[in-house]
Design a binder for this molecule. Structure first.
Ligand SMILES: Cc1ncc(COP(=O)(O)O)c(C=O)c1O
Length: 477
């Protein structure tokens, strides 16, 4: 007698089978989520062996669900940075709202098509609402619009392409753009992908607070005009990844206006702090930008995979991305009815809007504002404590929720200071209660604390500071 078929081993699941499948998955997910604070902040021992052991050919026959879930939860997941946990203070955290995981399930289970308006006008409207909420948050007029992207890199790419089309047209080889030496590398990558040679990407030095120097910018623009190049785009930072610095956006907007440049602000990390009073003050001038990158998978705590590009003049976004296909339905010409494929590089796309719509509807904006305010407080608390630690220099005070620091003392040369700072980072991370990362700015190795997860609270920051004190003793700084 042959064994009974495995559950779920066929393509068409009934409603009851789906419920059983989700019950089994949810039991494991719930256990995982509840254990997040107790999981190590990172674990990468045996990574090579694990990765090789998990490589396998595609099988023709079904595998039982418990074995598949074991492979996922027991073997694949634990060897990783615990990016969803409260101790993740590295790179740029976010946490990953479970409401958005539920929204992804909803969107995928319904599987409607949101690339063109006609295929799902109601669902496209929900995403349009989300975009209008985002444009409202940054202070844009209600005629502004934008797109949801997979992340900040793709938002920056569409921003460069839009600026190129708006300011240079199709003959753009002599176009020149301006970024600071602190800008995220995705902007230069975007410019390269958009067809600009390295020599047309001008890197402007930053000042002692890591903000783009206006005087150097004006000089570079004048030099380029004299050399026959066409300046067309200025990119400001609304929170740099290195130190969290926010450029003087008002001043940059003024230069851009006077010089006729498209002004883009990369606020992928810091933009959502405009929801708070202190963030709004730090980001003053952001609404004068022609376009803004804002990453919900950072400042709105969404799971990875959602960025956004907001554009003051949606016609410019459409002009840069719209194309025709004889097989496509008729596109909308009214801006309140949006065909997202006309505004972005994508045609088919996930229904990203629901990942924002569901948490914002279920939770409301006030809880996000309060959580972001808490992150500003925690970064300030970290900076205040670090300043009292002998052997520590706070190199960048938090403009938002990043503080950058290093080990140094009088008479210590840069090489030794860098080596000690790296040793301190290792000593802190070895304790595994928090995970920090470093960066190099102007030859100096810096440690960073970046607080942005909704799961990080005061108790974890106290642990981080205790581990830094213990690490300092260990490295003999
Ligand atoms: C300021 C800034 N811009 C752009 C990006 C790129 O975003 P993503 O990783 O979502 O592509 C990042 C990522 O950390 C960032 O901090």
């Amino acid at each position: 007698m042959s064994p009974p078929p495995l559950p779920f081993a066929h393509l068409e699941l009934t409603g009851n089978e789906l419920r059983d499948l989700m019950d089994a998955i949810l039991t494991r997910v719930a256990r995982h989520v509840d254990s997040l604070p107790d999981q190590p902040a990172h674990h990468l021992e045996g990574a090579d062996d694990l990765a090789r052991a998990l490589a396998e050919p595609l099988g023709d026959h079904p595998t039982a669900l418990p074995a598949v879930l074991d492979q996922f939860f027991e073997r694949a997941v634990p060897t990783s940075f615990n990016t969803a946990g409260p101790g993740y203070l590295a790179y740029i955290p976010g946490g990953g709202l479970l409401h958005s995981a539920a929204a992804d399930f909803l969107a995928d289970a319904v599987n409607r098509y949101t690339g063109v308006w006609l295929a799902a006008p109601g669902l496209v409207q929900l995403e349009t609402n989300v975009l209008r909420w985002l444009t409202g948050i940054v202070g844009y007029p209600n005629t502004a619009l934008g797109i949801l992207t997979s992340g900040g890199s793709l938002a920056n790419f569409s921003a460069v392409v839009t600026a190129r089309a708006a300011r240079l047209g199709s003959d753009f080889m002599d176009g020149t753009l301006y970024v600071s030496d602190q800008v995220h590398h995705s902007v230069a990558k975007a410019a390269t992908l958009a067809g600009f040679a390295d020599r047309h990407i001008r890197t402007i030095p930053s000042d002692g607070s890591f903000r783009l120097r206006r005087d150097a910018l004006e000089e570079a623009i004048a030099d380029d005009r004299r050399a026959g190049r066409r300046p067309f785009l200025l990119v400001g930072s609304g929170g740099t990844v290195n130190t969290g610095a926010v450029d003087d956006l008002d001043a940059l907007a003024e230069v851009a206006r006077r010089e006729g440049l498209w002004f883009h602000v990369d606020a992928a990390y810091g933009g959502f702090f405009v929801l708070t009073d202190r963030g709004r003050a730090a980001l003053r001038g952001i609404a004068r930008a022609d376009s803004i990158t804002l990453d919900p998978h950072k400042g709105l705590f969404l799971p990875y995979g959602t960025g956004s590009l907001l554009v003051r003049d949606p016609e410019a976004l459409r002009a840069a991305h719209a194309t025709e296909g004889a097989y496509l339905p008729t596109m909308q010409d009214r801006l309140d009815f949006v065909d997202f494929c006309q505004f972005s590089p994508e045609l088919s796309r996930p229904f990203r809007g629901l990942r924002l719509w569901l948490p914002l509807k279920l939770v409301g904006a006030a809880a996000f504002r309060a959580a972001l305010d808490e992150k500003l407080d925690l970064a300030r608390m970290a900076a205040d404590a670090l300043r009292t630690m002998p052997g520590i220099e706070v190199v960048a005070e938090p403009a938002l929720s990043i503080v950058a620091f290093r080990v140094t003392r009088p008479g210590l040369d840069e090489e030794r200071a860098n080596a000690l700072s790296r040793s301190l980072l290792d000593a802190v991370n070895r304790r595994r209660r928090v995970y920090l990362t470093g960066t190099t700015v102007a030859g100096r190795y810096l440690l960073r604390i970046c607080v942005l997860s909704f799961r990080t609270h005061r108790d974890r920051m106290i642990q981080a500071l205790d581990d830094i004190r213990a690490g300092l003793e260990e490295v003999g700084a």
